[in-house]
Design a binder for this molecule. Structure first.
Ligand SMILES: Cc1ncc(COP(=O)(O)O)c(C=O)c1O
Length: 462
């Protein structure tokens, strides 16, 4: 951003950030970093009280809106009863939450399993890697190009970007990265209408002879323990896989005793209109990992669900992993309330209804703007590809400009100023990935579309 900042309080925050904060623990995409002071529902507010409609909601951690009253009340109640407790002792909310998740799997999919808690998403990914290694004895995993699983050492090893590993030496357990079915920009230059999931056939080919290096044809054994997937890619650009792909992939893995691990950290908890995004694609993973919105971005809690034979106490004994804050009661209490709240009614149907309305609006946007190359959505996980005027060549520059302009908070609607909080993802960083409040109203969607078009105009996209 180029505008000169004059507010003394903001200048001080920025100066202290420059001087005292490591810049290694996040990326402040805006320059200088944006400061917010308040939030409510679908909006963030700056120091002047200007409202910024949030189309990103803390990377899909705040699925149920900022300051959601029911969830905030649960936190307050827990503060007044049992806010702190070492994980070695039990509390009711922990076991009730695990029960709800396990019963959902038993009743809907007929599989028994257990839930294992931790604090951050990447930490839960690490725990799942231990479960895989412990069960299979294998260090190597498959993962998708374009996949993101976090930034701890283990999670970086299965995250596709070399950029995240470059400074940190050898990753002996670096995953074998397989092209994700990104049909709009097919890695094999095929057309989805006619390819007959060519990419899956290429994956199958890896097992044809021992010389493809993943399969011992005599021992009938793979060097790989699991395939880590984001069923719908998040950071990779909110890409929906084509019909049938995930089912075929799971069949290929089952045939070779390779586990399927679904990372639900970003797309889980109703972002795609289902509790878990894998439920959209006809598969049932052996393990899935969750975090973020399970507590609506309040006290952090993450975890994994794994099939009983992978995680029974005999198989995965006490202390196989541990974190002081693993099943912290503030986290379990609010996560339990999230599960209760979403199971009282057909929450998924409501998300899909709002998602259909939102998708219609961005499809209309595509018909009005040449620079909008592709739009799609599942539930309330939606994408807008920004391009050159040919409608295909990726334009990172336009995405960056719109991102920065949206954070200025000076878009005039009537006599009120607004900002628009956008998130950029995708392989070429030209995709606006939309993760709005799941409780967003149609009026707020319309306002967002209006603000987005103001940004397009301002950034010279006409
Ligand atoms: C799909 C996915 N997996 C893992 C992670 C890592 O989670 P955390 O940032 O909580 O460590 C993220 C975070 O964005 C994610 O989107």
């Amino acid at each position: 951003m180029t505008e000169k900042i004059t507010n003394r309080k903001i200048i001080e925050i920025l100066e202290k950030n420059d001087k005292y904060c490591s810049h290694g623990d996040t990326v402040n995409y805006a320059d200088p970093p944006k400061v917010f002071e308040n939030c409510e529902g679908s909006f963030l507010f700056d120091e002047n009280g200007t409202a910024y409609l949030d189309w990103q909601m803390w990377y899909s951690a705040v699925n149920f809106g900022y300051k959601n009253k029911r969830l905030a009340d649960t936190m307050h109640k827990q503060i007044d009863t049992l806010p702190q407790l070492a994980s070695q002792y039990l509390h009711k909310e922990k076991v009730d939450l695990a029960e709800i998740i396990c019963k959902y799997m038993e009743e809907k999919y007929g599989v028994k399993g257990r839930v294992h808690f931790n604090v951050g998403g990447a930490q839960a990914v690490e725990d799942s890697l231990k479960v895989v290694r412990n069960h299979t004895g294998k260090t190597h995993q498959f993962a998708f190009m374009g996949g993101y699983h976090g930034r701890t050492l283990g999670a970086s090893a299965i995250t596709s970007s070399f950029r995240y590993r470059r400074r940190f030496g050898n990753f002996a357990d670096r995953a074998e990265f397989v092209p994700y079915p990104y049909c709009y920009r097919c890695p094999y230059d095929m057309k989805v209408e006619t390819c007959d999931t060519y990419c899956h056939k290429q994956f199958e080919k890896l097992f044809e002879t021992e010389y493809q290096s993943v399969w011992d044809t005599k021992a009938k054994e793979s060097e790989f323990g699991a395939f880590y997937i984001e069923p719908m890619q998040g950071t990779g650009g909110y890409i929906i896989p084509p019909d049938g792909y995930m089912e075929k992939l799971q069949a290929s893995l089952k045939k070779r005793n390779i586990l399927l691990v679904a990372d639900e950290i970003q797309m889980g908890v109703y972002r795609t209109g289902k509790l878990w995004s894998w439920e959209n694609f006809g598969i049932v993973p052996d393990i899935f990992v969750f975090g973020k919105a399970i507590t609506n971005g309040l006290n952090p809690l993450s975890g994994i669900w794994a099939r009983e034979e992978l995680i029974s106490p005999e198989k995965f004994p006490p202390g196989s992993t541990h974190s002081t804050f693993a099943s912290n009661p503030m986290g379990t209490a609010v996560a339990l309330e999230v599960m209760k709240m979403t199971q009282e009614e057909d929450f998924g149907a409501q998300v899909n209804k709002t998602g259909a309305y939102f998708l219609k609006q961005i499809q209309a946007l595509k018909s009005r703007w040449k620079v909008v190359g592709d739009v799609s959505g599942l539930g309330l996980a939606l994408r807008i590809e920004l391009c050159e005027k040919d409608g295909y060549t990726a334009s990172r520059e336009l995405a960056d400009r719109m991102f920065n302009e949206g954070l200025k908070g000076d878009l005039l609607v009537g006599d009120k100023k607004y900002g628009l909080v956008l998130d950029i993802g995708g392989y070429q960083k030209n995709v606006i990935t939309l993760a709005p409040n799941l409780l967003i109203s149609e009026e707020e969607i319309d306002l967002g579309i209006h603000l987005f078009e103001m940004l397009l105009r301002r950034c010279g996209a006409e």
